[in-house]
Design a protein around this ligand. Structure first.
Ligand SMILES: [Zn+2]
Length: 438
């Protein structure tokens, strides 16, 4: 039997592994990620890769596998095995069957993110079979509980088993979409930072009364409505930041003033303009309201919860003055920040960035990699905070699935990934290991 690596071999291997992973239902809650960790252990150990299962509770294990290297820098392939709920009534394929249809693997987690789990495992296993000897450790972590984040996954590993996940460089989810510009150039997004999630609560007080005689009361809900409208109209002063500046340099050939960034980008890509728009400053979105629990009682108190995301490096206290100006002084309110999570960034001038650039140039001549801030949230911030890791989100998409369609399938029905993307992902991860640890 030939032991050389054939591209077709790895494509079949990653497709098969993903289909098997999808069949393990790891809907979180409750997660049950141990079943996925055990499947991965069996797969990796067959290629001689050493694995450990680390678990806060037995049914929610994290898998950490390692190809030990010398004293050079270490690289972690980071992924999570839990998935969000799937309602099979909405799907045209069963969500936990891992069907292969028209060159795509269908099922919950195909994009978020069992596809990358499978590709990371296959990249590691194939390198191990070839006898690859990394300069520093090559590590693979398939963690639990990313989607809910109740402390069974990477956060817990960083705290209680730092030796297992400490690394200099990490490749995670959250980037790799292929954006085609109006002039025909292709751009691959790489998330090198994420926004700070800083939700806050507004509390508006009034005076309760019977709803049959509104004139005698002071309705806190009606007063809060005015604040909600003001929040919806909030347009903070735009600011580029290093990532968006880098992105614009690739897309436009220069970084224009922040106020022109969206319009200029729209000329080349509507999707890229929407991405840029969300990154130019804090975003606020009122999402929850609590007032009276009885229809016939006018509320004396109304609480509004607001999803708020700040630019990396920005702090709530820096944004609060502008927010208060926008809210005005017509209605009295209390503002309380609920928490502040994330907001970390990694530098752009690193060996991992150069590995991304070289891979993109080799894969698609004329295409470029461009840095982005993740408007949402991934596990990368735990690594950046605990170890100062350079963590990027990059899992390149072939473009077979349009980026807007792929984005709409995440956490939604009919989630699927082209086999071509799995194959490209394996190639990227193998390339990264050789470039950073070779
Ligand atoms: Zn995910």
């Amino acid at each position: 039997m030939l032991r050389r690596v054939s591209a077709t071999g790895l494509r079949d291997e990653v497709t098969d592994l993903l289909r098997r992973l999808i069949r393990v239902d790891t809907t979180n809650p409750p997660g049950n990620e141990t079943a996925a960790a055990e499947l991965l252990r069996e797969y990796l150990e067959a290629s001689g890769v050493r694995c450990e299962l680390l678990a806060r509770v037995p049914e929610r294990a994290n898998l950490v596998a390692r190809l030990p290297g010398g004293s050079g820098p270490s690289l972690l392939f980071l992924s999570h095995t839990d998935v969000v709920l799937a309602d099979s009534a909405e799907w045209t394929a069963p969500p936990f069957a891992g069907e292969l249809r028209d060159g795509m693997v269908w099922g919950r987690g195909a994009l978020d993110m069992k596809g990358q789990v499978a590709a990371s495992a296959v990249a590691l296993a194939s390198l191990a079979r070839e006898g690859f000897r990394p300069a520093g450790d090559l590590v693979f972590a398939a963690t639990a509980d990313e989607e809910v984040g109740e402390g069974y996954g990477l956060e817990w590993l960083c705290e209680t088993h730092p030796h297992a996940v400490r690394c200099d460089f990490a490749i995670n989810e959250g980037g790799g979409e292929r954006i085609v510009l109006a002039d025909g150039r292709a751009i691959y997004g790489v998330t090198t930072a994420e926004k700070l999630s800083a939700p806050f609560r507004l509390r508006v007080r009034g005076r309760s009364g019977h709803a049959s005689m509104p004139g005698i009361a002071d309705n806190a809900l009606v007063k809060a409505a005015r604040l909600i409208e003001r929040l919806a109209a909030f347009r903070p002063e735009p600011r580029l930041g290093p990532e968006v500046e880098g992105f614009l340099r690739v897309v436009l050939g220069e970084a224009p003033p922040a106020a022109e960034a969206v319009e200029r980008t729209r000329g080349l890509s509507v999707a890229a303009a929407a991405t840029v728009e969300a990154l130019l400053g804090p975003t606020v979105a009122p999402t929850k309201v609590a007032a009276s629990s009885k229809r016939n009682v006018i509320p004396a108190l109304c609480e509004v919860e607001v999803d708020c995301r700040l630019q990396p490096g920005q702090r709530p206290e820096q944004v609060e003055p502008a927010l208060r100006v926008a809210l005005g002084d017509e209605v009295e309110y209390e503002l309380e920040w609920i928490e502040a999570r994330g907001g970390t960034r990694s530098p752009l001038d690193t060996p991992l960035w150069r590995a991304v650039e070289a891979f993109v140039a080799e894969t698609e001549p004329g295409a470029s990699a461009a840095p982005l801030v993740c408007a949402g949230f991934t596990d990368s911030h735990w690594l950046r905070e605990a170890f100062g890791t350079v963590a990027y989100g990059f899992f390149p998409a072939s473009g077979e699935l349009a980026p807007e369609l792929a984005a709409s399938l995440i956490h939604s029905a009919d989630e699927r990934i082209p086999v071509a993307d799995l194959e490209l992902g394996v190639r990227w991860l193998r390339h990264a290991a050789r470039a950073v640890l070779g």
